[in-house]
Design a protein around this ligand. Structure first.
Ligand code: PLP
Length: 405
């Protein structure tokens, strides 16, 4: 088999992280060495940094339809999620009840596990075979002691988009009753790390109290994040120090990162409609080609035949039955193609994906599945080449396997 000399990389792992937008990099540049001041300092160099941060907060709040003071800057998606989950729940007595789904990112699931060890009671809602929670199930799961619900906006492995606005409505109705009974209201968080750039981030429409967004998934700098905290939502700080970010996230602010994050969010928001339409066509084309050309393949997650926006336009997750997913990733790498098995964030990489298992796949099918996530640089040509390579590799792997037996 010929290995094509690698002229360029075909990056199909945008859900793991994105390259920094050059316009974002340019916007950040003055804040490394020139305007390097600490935003807490009183002299003009510090004030300059403070003003840049204020501008970033305003720009972000315009995208989220929030108030600028409802935006908290953190060091990434994981940190935003941890502040939301731990910060909200630890204000309530142990034994209080919390709800999430089985297919959340590890940053949510591990925070929930930590809370369970502290004595909180957790419910992990199942999903159907396409990766959607059931609103009625959620309603049934709510107890008198429920204080916190976290449901992800869009899934990082299979791209299923949850009905966040509907969940918001259910919780608001619950809370109206609770106000009359003098019970604490349920706090609602959504992990929007994969949603930013593709879905509506209007927090008023979504009806969320807390929302996490990540810079490194939207062509912004790594280790930058946003937590939207609706006015009146009380959080317990998880980091102690100088009291920055309304005492919720102490530590000298990452001014270049914050400036870059705001710029990145504005750019993806501007390109949103264009990118949704462009990528959905590429996604559907790539998916149908693979399913047609390569035997024993099926799509994981929402069916793309459904025209409603129920799957991220950049997400494809395919099971190549009888093929070792990790081996396939390494073979693809030899052709300069970057894809991934499930989540890049898992430290127990050899374990089958909890998301695919929740859909009802068995261990072998989960380990034969590969995620391709598209982005700004993805072209039809690259995807057609990838289909050709996949076809060859799958045949090769099956030959090797049968020779071994
Ligand atoms: C990437 C991601 C996170 C965590 O972001 P980090 O940059 O790794 O901190 C959280 N939730 C979802 C859905 C993600 O895709």
């Amino acid at each position: 088999m010929k290995i094509r000399p690698i002229k360029k990389i075909i990056y199909l792992d945008y859900a793991a992280t994105t390259p920094l937008d050059l316009k974002v990099e340019k916007g950040m540049r003055p804040f490394w060495s020139e305007n390097f001041g600490n935003p807490s300092s009183l002299y003009s160099l510090g004030v300059k940094a403070k003003l840049a941060m204020n501008e970033a907060r305003k720009a972000i709040s315009r995208v989220l339809n929030s108030r600028p003071e409802e935006i908290i800057f953190t060091a990434g998606g994981t940190e935003s999620v941890n502040l939301a989950v731990l910060g909200a729940v630890r204000n309530f007595a142990r034994g209080s009840h919390i709800i999430t789904s089985q297919i959340e990112h590890h940053s949510v699931l591990e925070a929930f596990k930590a809370l369970e060890k502290e004595g909180y009671k957790a419910t992990y809602l199942p999903v159907n075979s396409e990766g959607f929670i059931d609103i009625k199930n959620l309603q049934k799961a709510i107890r008198r002691q429920t204080v916190f619900i976290s449901i992800m906006y869009a899934n990082n492995e299979i791209g299923s988009i949850q009905p966040i606005a509907e969940v918001g409505k259910v919780i608001r109705m619950q809370n109206a009753k609770r106000r009359m009974q003098n019970l604490p209201e349920i706090i609602f968080h959504t992990d929007a790390c994969q949603a930013a750039g593709y879905l509506d981030l209007n927090v008023q429409k979504l009806g969320v109290d807390l929302m996490s967004i990540n810079g490194s998934k939207i062509y912004g700098p790594k280790q930058t994040g946003i937590l939207f905290v609706k006015k009146g939502t009380v959080l317990k700080s998880q980091i102690f120090g100088g009291g920055q970010e309304k005492n919720l996230r102490s530590g000298t602010e990452n001014v270049p990162g914050i400036v870059g994050l705001a710029k990145a969010l504005q750019i993806v928001e501007k390109n949103k409609i264009h990118e949704i339409n462009r990528l959905a066509v590429l996604r559907d084309n790539f998916t149908s080609k693979i399913l047609k050309i390569i035997p024993k393949t099926f799509l994981n997650g929402p069916s793309v035949k459904n025209k409603s926006l129920n799957r991220l336009p950049n997400n494809i997750n395919i099971c190549f039955q009888g093929v070792d997913g990790e081996a396939l990733i390494l073979y693809l790498d030899a052709y300069g193609i970057c894809a991934s098995t499930g989540s890049a964030c898992s430290n127990q990489a050899s374990d089958a994906s909890h998301v695919l298992l929740a859909l009802g796949l068995n261990q072998a099918q989960a380990k034969s599945s590969i995620r391709f996530s598209l982005g700004r640089e993805t072209s039809k040509r690259d995807l057609d080449f990838t289909v050709d390579v996949l076809k060859k590799l799958v045949i090769l792997q099956k030959k090797i396997k049968s020779a071994n037996i």
